[in-house]
Design a protein around this ligand. Structure first.
Ligand SMILES: *Cc1c(COP(=O)(O)O)cnc(C)c1O
Length: 398
């Protein structure tokens, strides 16, 4: 970027931040579909093999296309650099395992993405590290959970299932004072709605499978942080091997080109639908950070520019009525994941029925009539019409 003028807007940066890395005539980035890269002489080979994060030595270590995507993501998150992985869980587990050792302690949230929670519940204890899980909306509880051996605070906001928020600036400040590294999963917000690093968080991780990719086609992860931390995490990355395929990196780059317009429209659609759902007699409760009724709406306004794609709500009439509602929908696809071009919906209790009993679901805050709705780019009036029709069918059948 030219230092003489102010930074471009995000809308522009998703199109141009990787331009300096393009060394070919084609307007569109080529897919570097190569596992390994040629050295022209012994000196170049020595440099390729020994320089950390070389972008063209061996694809598990780096790839020219990864480097281009990373330049855009680091720009959006406002971090020095970014590292790409083969999935969001690849990003999260690599980061945590790079930063935590035996004897260390982690403070994490009671609500995390399921596999992230497993990392703290099941994986870390096997290697002699422990985690305390804290109600994320309570900064004092997070402070109280810190021990002398706490190395990392893991955050995720907004978080499933009720889109509860964590005060990023407050937690980052108390972690900084004590020299504790903070990591935030920014998947539900995207860097266009929330920039944890600008609020003091050290490492921002993403499931790029979701909003960043945006088309429900690829699986990818990202780790955005300082060069120093990235090098440390990269050393773990080449050992754990969560490699992003060059094809998926290319799809991610293509998805990122439209990120700003997609997020803007998805924010608007989701807020309009959340507001409308609140007025529907068959809907019990709507959870969305952009709604004035969200218990942390003031915090949402402070740290988020938009509410993101995910709305959670409860359908009156229990599990059966909710199943009928989901089945009656024509437009939202009944599928997991979020943040893509088409709307997706999940009956949360049905998803967890195999892994949790009713009491566990209750403890996790998942009532039987709960749905998670990822709003896409359909016209909001069409989505309303379809939702209204499906809600009406829950009533007639009761
Ligand atoms: C999907 C998701 C992940 C995991 O990402 P994958 O790309 O599926 O590995 C992690 N965190 C959040 C919040 C997610 O939604």
């Amino acid at each position: 970027m030219n230092p003489d003028h102010p930074p471009w807007h995000a809308d522009t940066r998703v199109l141009h931040d990787d331009a300096a890395l393009a060394d070919e005539a084609s307007v569109v980035a080529p897919i570097h579909y190569s596992a390994t890269f040629r050295a022209r002489d012994a000196a170049e080979f020595a440099d390729m093999a020994n320089r950390a994060r070389h972008p063209a030595f061996y694809t598990r270590y780096g790839n020219p296309l990864h480097e281009r995507v990373a330049a855009i993501l680091a720009g959006l998150e406002g971090t020095e650099t970014a590292l790409l992985t083969g999935s969001g869980m690849g990003a999260i587990s690599t980061t945590v395992l790079a930063l935590v050792s035996a004897g260390d302690h982690v403070v994490a949230q009671t609500r995390h993405y399921m596999s992230t929670a497993k990392l703290f519940d099941e994986v870390l204890p096997r290697f002699g590290a422990s985690a305390t899980l804290v109600e994320q909306s309570d900064v004092d509880a997070i402070r109280a959970a810190i021990r002398p051996n706490t190395r990392l605070i893991m955050l995720e906001t907004p978080a499933n299932p009720t889109l509860v928020l964590t005060d990023l600036a407050a937690v980052a400040a108390l972690a900084r004072e004590r020299g504790i590294t903070t990591v935030c999963d920014n998947t539900f917000a995207s860097p266009l709605n929330q920039q944890p690093h600008a609020l003091g968080v050290d490492v921002v991780v993403h499931s790029a499978t979701k909003i960043l990719g945006g088309h429900h086609d690829l699986t990818a992860g990202a780790i955005c942080c300082s060069k120093e931390l990235a090098e440390k995490i990269w050393r773990m990355h080449i050992t754990l091997g969560s490699v992003l395929s060059p094809m998926d990196a290319w799809l991610l780059l293509r998805g990122l080109r439209t990120l700003a317009v997609r997020v803007e429209r998805i924010n608007a659609n989701a807020l309009a639908l959340a507001r409308w759902l609140e007025t529907q007699p068959q809907v019990e409760r709507v959870h969305y950070p952009g709604l004035e009724s969200h218990p942390q709406h003031a915090l949402a306004k402070r740290q988020m520019k938009g509410g993101g794609p995910v709305i959670a709500f409860a359908v009156k009439g229990g599990y059966e009525a909710t199943s009928r509602f989901v089945a009656a929908l024509e437009l939202p696809t009944h599928a997991v994941s979020l943040g893509g071009v088409e709307s997706l919906i999940v009956h949360t209790a049905a998803m967890w029925a195999g892994t949790m009993n009713e009491a566990q679901m209750k403890a996790a805050g998942i009532p039987p009539n709960f749905v998670r709705f990822s709003v896409g780019l359909e016209h909001p009036d069409d989505l309303k019409r379809d939702l209204a029709n499906a809600l009406a069918q829950t009533e007639t059948a009761r």
